[in-house]
Ligand binder design. Structure first.
Ligand code: C5P
Length: 219
């Protein structure tokens, strides 16, 4: 019997990551935040003084993908690349601003997807994987597929609550990253068979419950 797979996609600030982690904890499943792999590659490019908009530089960093370590415990995901623990560093605004350049590099997408598929195949008893293309590209055959959305104003307010600073700037950055990511993958419309969970008017716990219920009904 293979692992139960729960795939969750959504835009920046939709709360995917914390929701997916809480769903995993509730179900006793593992947890995979796929954005962390793109962020770790962006970190490596910047660490080497490079620019993620320069494809050859991204491809050079990609050669170190073998050193990427992703632990997939529901308690939290540790991330390391090239021998550096980058768990906290990859959450910086500097990385958020640079990461779309990595995401646009198609060889980077296929290489990280290979890693994700290997992790997912091996994740007994189950795994919650979140990102932008999990329901469509990485695990289109997942047992449960969810598109987690929320109105942009609500996503900006939630993100602002996390990072602070200037709310207008937080909003502008979030919208810019979504616009840039949308050029490569469509994570704003639900593919066939994908359930939309709109968290605009839901609390965090209600959102987690809605997804846990989908899983319990389905498997
Ligand atoms: O989810 P998170 O905000 O950490 O993702 C960081 C970036 O990684 C996204 O802005 C996007 O560019 C990229 N990404 C992606 N495909 C995924 C997950 C993340 O392109 N499945």
């Amino acid at each position: 019997r293979r692992a139960t797979v729960v795939a969750i996609d959504g835009p920046a600030g939709s709360g995917k990551s914390s929701v997916a982690r809480a769903v995993a904890r509730e179900l006793g499943f593992r947890f995979l935040d796929t954005g962390a792999a793109y962020r770790a590659l962006a970190w490596l490019v910047l660490e080497r003084g490079g620019d993620t908009d320069d494809e050859p530089t991204v491809l050079a960093a990609l050669e170190r993908l073998g050193t990427l370590e992703l632990t997939v415990e529901p308690a939290g995901q540790r991330v390391a690349i090239d021998g550096h623990d980058v768990t906290e560093a990859i959450r910086s605004e500097r990385i958020s601003a640079a990461v779309s350049g990595v995401a646009r590099t198609l060889p980077a997408r296929s290489a990280v997807n290979e890693r994700f598929r290997a992790i997912i195949a091996d994740a007994e008893p189950g795994i919650v994987a979140e990102g932008r293309d999990i329901t469509t590209v990485v695990a289109p055959d997942a047992d449960v597929r969810v598109l987690l959305t929320a109105d942009e104003a609500v996503r900006i307010r939630r993100r602002f609550g996390d990072v602070g600073g200037d709310e207008f700037q937080v909003g502008a950055r979030l919208a810019a990253r979504d616009a840039s990511d949308s050029k490569v993958i469509d994570f704003l419309t639900a593919a066939d068979g994908v359930t939309v969970v709109d968290s605009t008017d839901l609390t965090f716990d209600e959102t987690v419950d809605a997804i846990v219920r989908l899983v319990r009904d389905r498997v």
